[in-house]
Design a protein around this ligand. Structure first.
Ligand SMILES: Nc1nc2c(c(=O)[nH]1)N[C@H]1C(S)=C(S)[C@@H](COP(=O)(O)OP(=O)(O)OC[C@H]3O[C@@H](n4cnc5c(=O)[nH]c(N)nc54)[C@H](O)[C@@H]3O)O[C@H]1N2
Ligand SMILES: Nc1nc2c(c(=O)[nH]1)N[C@H]1C(S)=C(S)[C@@H](COP(=O)(O)OP(=O)(O)OC[C@H]3O[C@@H](n4cnc5c(=O)[nH]c(N)nc54)[C@H](O)[C@@H]3O)O[C@H]1N2
Ligand code: SF4
Ligand SMILES: [Mo]
Length: 732
């Protein structure tokens, strides 16, 4: 008997509404749910593999312990909790709370209770060593928002945007910013049909650029000069929104002076685009209502904060924010109502606070404590050394730049605990691997999709949407798997630590301590009780959302952006002194070395539809085209190097080398090697198996190169590399 159940996919943050066929307790088929008004039946190839993920032979169904020979053996969950608790308690007494760190990544958001419990556990320990994958993603966004100030109302509704500028982001494929979170490909088609104009700045003609009115196929790493040149044109020609700027914005004169040297002709040359196109892009963007959004490409270039600051400045001087009386189609649903007011929340410091790391003086910032410094914190002996790490929903050994350094550090830990569904690169190094439930086995609600709206301008749903799902299948027979929050609960109880969590805030930032609820450490609460606490201040009660099992839109047609409050004096700042000083430095700086003969190509990032970071590489349905991460290069570059599709090459940067398999790609500009990250296994292990597993581009990166001085994020893109054919014996 097959029963069809609505739920939503948590393979990625997009949260597509799906229908799951369940046969005798097993999920057998997943497809998009046409009844859902936001996703309209969309479900990508990854979502369709959820049944395979559930029953995959390599899925961990028991807690595993690492044996002296490096292998892992199943052990009872409680035995592991007892041992981990004892070892953490010892570390706490002997070396203090700072010796215990946590790294949380992608899947820490799959279950809404995971991060609140993970953070509460760290707080109860007294350790501030909580590192998240956001710091190796786009942490500059948060710091830039702090330095610029925030407009307390969103950009114009997606349906009203006449222009969209996408810089180094490919939302049609990644479900990231610039297009609505739900079914972005469809949203793009609809918008093009309405006459919305798309401008794309990207070295690749991406899936999102195919329909663009203007595509600047720039050299990588030139986004700061490009934005400065656009701002220069806009301010010089007076195309900016002068009334808005007068009312709400400081620093425009300083900005204008700072961008004045960025003449389109000069920038066109360094970015290798037509000067006319820079001018056209500036005029097109300033002349219409819309929003500019950026992704990983430009944020990985070592100046993410400055880049995002200029991006905000561009949106701001063009007045691309909603005004009093405008509708607010997405005020959040399961998050608390966030007042939309046509006024500026003034700038804040945004960086350089909290406990400093012992290495390179890196302090906390609004983007989080820098994960790429974690390895050095583990390796540097002395007081405050990190000796234990708990990994939750992330893959530190694969995702953090400089894989060789990270693996060396992880191997040196006294205790590494990883919560993981499989023996990932990190799990294979862990003393204990805690086996979690997969999303289909857990309650879910789309709170994080609400909070995404505040990640950056142009992110999140177009119209308020929410969905709740109960668990729809049980774990496979004989499994002993837990929800991540239960592991933290059990650990805290065993260590005698209290835990408290509070209602979620609209942005995901910590809320009012007074509202926190002490968790009963005698009798464990249900997950549902936790979802109630988290949604206590929700705009739409969870009960109401539950009445729509296929998910639903929850707009409030009466809601309008409120006028500025009487006496409000907050203003946005586009003339931050440090930012403008950095801008001058960026003018003379060329990423070192320039077009060196040693390393004539640039390694740039991209993503593919059939994987999600290190996830999905083991699922048969996602391996049909490529089981590895190809090294995409322009056909002319391949010809010049005497290479053909499928050839094995060595790709070497100044600091490391990997093997790759080349693939012609004429959507790229010349001179690039474009690759997806986080494939392969551990250093050394995978090279013989390259066609089966791919390779890790993180080995070509350093943690201390071109570091963004606000967030500590190193350069992760536009890395000079050389490519040469190699022949190694492939396994039969
Ligand atoms: N060179 C290079 N490096 C990069 C990037 C790049 O473009 N280039 N991108 C960066 C970016 S943007 C990011 S966000 C980071 C990503 O960094 P991470 O979040 O650390 O990486 P993931 O590969 O997503 O790790 C997910 C882990 O969770 C496990 N997992 C899968 N499903 C579940 C589940 O249901 N529950 C639990 N508990 N675990 C699960 C997976 O097996 C895997 O080990 O990588 C960054 N690193
Ligand atoms: N299918 C799938 N979806 C994903 C992911 C995945 O792994 N697979 N990962 C998720 C994660 S963790 C994140 S953070 C988001 C990221 O979402 P996006 O930011 O959309 O990620 P990418 O597709 O890597 O897009 C980066 C783009 O930047 C371009 N680029 C490279 N260098 C430069 C440069 O110097 N300047 C400019 N202007 N462009 C440049 C690349 O060609 C590429 O098109 O995607 C998420 N969604
Ligand atoms: S885009 Fe694909 S992976 Fe992401 S939620 Fe939708 S179906 Fe799942
Ligand atoms: Mo990311």
């Amino acid at each position: 008997m097959i029963e069809t159940v609505p739920s939503y996919c948590r393979f990625c943050h997009s949260g597509c509404a799906v229908l799951v066929d369940v046969e005798d307790g097993r999920p057998v088929r997943v497809r998009g749910d046409r009844e859902n008004p936001a996703y309209r039946g969309f479900c990508c190839i990854k979502g369709r593999q959820l049944p395979d993920q559930w029953g995959h032979p390599d899925r961990l169904l028991q807690t595993h312990k690492r044996m002296p020979d490096g292998s892992h053996r199943p052990v009872p969950y409680q035995e592991a909790v007892d041992d981990i608790a004892e070892r953490l308690s010892d570390l706490l007494v002997t070396h203090g709370p700072r010796s215990i760190a946590m790294y949380s990544g992608t899947y820490s958001i799959a279950n809404p209770a995971t991060m609140p419990f993970a953070a509460a556990f760290m707080e109860s320990l007294g350790s501030s060593m909580l590192f998240t994958s956001n710091t190796i993603d786009q942490p500059g966004k948060a710091v830039a928002q702090a330095l610029h100030g925030t407009w307390m109302a969103p950009p114009p509704p997606f349906a009203d945007r006449d222009v969209v500028l996408l810089i180094g982001t490919n939302p049609v494929l990644t479900m990231a910013g610039g297009l609505p979170l739900a079914n972005p490909g469809r949203a793009l088609t609809d918008a093009v049909g309405r006459g919305t104009r798309f401008i794309v700045i990207d070295p690749r003609r991406t899936e999102s650029a195919l329909r663009a009115d203007l595509h600047l196929q720039c050299r990588p790493g030139e986004d700061v000069p490009l934005l400065a040149a656009m701002l220069n044109v806009i301010l010089r020609e007076g195309l900016h929104d002068q009334a808005f700027v007068r009312e709400h914005v400081d620093g425009v004169e300083a900005l204008q002076a700072a961008v004045a040297p960025f003449a389109p002709a000069e920038v066109a040359q360094r970015a290798d685009v037509a000067a006319d196109d820079i001018v056209r892009a500036a005029r097109m963007f300033a002349g219409a209502r819309g929003v500019a959004t950026a992704g990983t490409g430009p944020n990985f270039n070592g100046r993410g904060t400055l880049f995002e600051y200029l991006l905000l400045a561009l949106n701001t001087v063009c007045g691309q924010w909603s005004r009093a009386g405008d509708p607010v189609p997405n005020p959040g649903t399961l998050s608390p109502p966030f007042p939309s007011i046509a006024q500026a929340s003034p700038p804040r410091q945004g960086y350089g606070y909290g406990e400093s790391l012992r290495v390179r003086g890196i302090a906390n910032c609004d983007g989080g404590l820098q994960a790429s410094a974690l390895a050095e914190e583990i390796l540097l002996e002395g007081e405050g050394q990190v000796r234990a790490l708990i990994g939750v929903g992330g893959n530190a050994a694969s995702a953090i730049p400089d894989q060789v350094l990270n693996v060396r550090a992880l191997e040196q830990l006294d205790l590494l605990v990883q919560i993981d569904i499989k023996l990932s690169a990190t799990a294979s190094l862990a003393d204990y691997v805690i086996a979690p439930k997969v999303p289909l086995e857990m309650h879910g609600m789309t709170l994080v999709q609400d909070q995404l709206t505040f990640y950056g301008a142009g992110f999140g749903h177009a119209v308020a949407h929410a969905q709740y799902t109960p668990p729809i299948v049980e774990p496979p027979a004989g499994a002993e798997v837990v929800e991540e929050w239960i592991f933290f609960y059990d650990l805290a109880r065993r260590m005698g630590l209290p835990l408290s969590i509070g209602p979620a805030t609209a942005t995901g930032a910590p809320g009012d301590p007074a509202e926190r609820v002490e968790i009963d450490m005698e009798s464990r609460p249900s997950t549902e009780a936790l979802l109630e606490i988290l949604t206590k201040s929700a705009r739409v009660p969870l009960e109401e959302v539950k009445r729509h099992p296929h998910g639903a839109l929850f707009p409030d047609a009466t809601l309008r952006v409120a006028p500025r409050e009487p006496g409000w004096t907050g203003r946005l700042d586009v003339g931050n002194e440090e930012m403008l000083a950095d801008l001058q430095a960026a003018r003379s700086a060329r990423p070192s070395p320039d077009t060196s003969v040693d390393h004539p190509y640039r390694l740039v990032c991209r993503r593919m539809i059939h994987t999600f970071n290190s996830n999905g590489q083991d699922l048969a349905g996602l391996r049909t085209r490529w089981a590895y991460n190809p090294a995409f290069m322009h056909p002319e570059d391949l010809a010049r190097e005497g290479l053909a599709k499928g050839d094995l090459v060595e790709i070497a940067s100044k600091s490391g080398a990997i093997l790759g398999i080349v693939e012609p790609d004429d959507t790229l500009r010349r001179g690039l090697v474009s690759m997806v990250h986080s494939f392969g296994g551990l250093p050394g292990e995978q090279d013989k198996q390259i066609r089966d597993r791919g390779t890790n581009t993180g080995r070509l990166l350093r943690v201390d190169e071109d570091v963004d001085r606000y967030t500590g994020q190193p350069r992760m893109n536009n890395v000079p590399v050389r490519v040469r054919a190699v022949e190694v014996a492939e396994p039969a």
